[in-house]
Design a protein around this ligand. Sequence first.
Ligand code: HEM
Length: 311
Amino acid sequence: MLPLIAVAARLAQFSAALILFGAPLFFIYGLPAKGAAAAASLRWPRPLFLGAAIVLLLGAWAALCAQTGIMTDAVGDALKPDVVASVVTGTQFGLITALRGGLAILAGLTLWLVRPGRGLWIALAGSGGVILASFAWSGHGAADEGPGGLLHLVADMIHLWAAGVWIGALAVLALLLAAARRQPDPVALRALHRGLEGFSGVGTAVVAALIATGLVNSWFLIGPSHLLALFSALYGLLLIAKLIVFAGMLALAAANRFQLTPRLASALESGGSAEAIGALQRSVAIECLAALAVIALVSMLGTIAPLSAVS
Ligand code: HEM
C-alpha cells in the first residue's frame, strides 16, 4: 500500500509543480500583457494556482509519510510526527520534500498577497522553477557522484523545466480553448491564436531539450551495458511506454502546429471558427491525457531501482 501512496504523492507533486511553473510562464510569453485577453483579466488563474499549491503541499506530506513507513518497514510509523520528523532531518529526500511543502505555502501566500499581473506570474514561475528543480535532488537525478553526478543533476533539472514549459502551456491552452468554445469572443480568439503560435515557437526548443536531457538521464540510469534489459525489466518497460506516449504527444503537437492552428487562423478571417476550435480542443485534450500518462509513468519510474543500479 505505501509504495502506491508514494507513487500517487509523486504524481500529485509533479502535476502541481509543472503547472505552477509552466502556466504563469506561458502568461508572460504567450498572452498579451494588458487588455481583455491578458491573463490578469481571466478569473480562473488564481483558483488554479491555489489548487496546485494545495495539491503540492498535500502531495509532499503524503510522500514524507509514505517514505517514513517504507524506511521503517512499519505502516504505523507513517503518521507518527516524531518518526516523520527524523526522516525530514535525517535524509536528503525528507529535507527536500519538506522544503517543497514550505515553497507550496509560500506560493499560496504570494497568490493571496500579490494582485494578478506580470509581477505575480514572475514570482510564481520563479518559485515553481525552484520547486521543479527540487525533484532532481530527491529522486534518481542525485544518484551519481563527482563530475558525472553534476551533469546528471543539471540535466535532470533542465528536463523538469522543459517538461514544465510544455505541460504548463498545454494546461492553459486547454482552459482557453474550453472558454473559447463556450463564448467565441473575437478578442479572446485572437489571443488564443497568438498563444498557440507563441507556444509553437518555444515548442521546438522544449522538445530538443527533453530529448537531449532524457538521453543524459538514460545514460546514467540505464547505461550502454544494460540496454538489452530494457525489454525485460519493469524499469525498462515503463521507460519504453513513456517514450511511446511521448511520440504520440509529438505527433499531436505537430498536427496542432502545422494543421489545426493555421486552420483556426483562416477560420478567424472567414468568421466561422467553431469547427476549428472544436478540432483544436479535442487534440489538446488528448495531448493533456497523454501528458498525464507520462507523468504517471515517471512517478512510478522514480520509485523503482534504475537498471544501472542492478548488477
Ligand atoms: C513529454 C515529454 C517528457 C516529459 C513530460 C518528461 C518528464 C519527466 C519527469 C517529470 C521526470 C522525473 C524527473 C525526476 O524525478 O527527477 C523524468 C525523468 C526521466 N525522463 Fe523524461 N520526460 C519527457 C521526455 C523524455 C524523453 C524523450 C526521454 C528519453 C529520451 C526521457 C527520459 C527520462 C528518464 C530516463 C528519466 C529518469 C527516470 C527516473 O527517475 O528514474 N524523458 N521525465
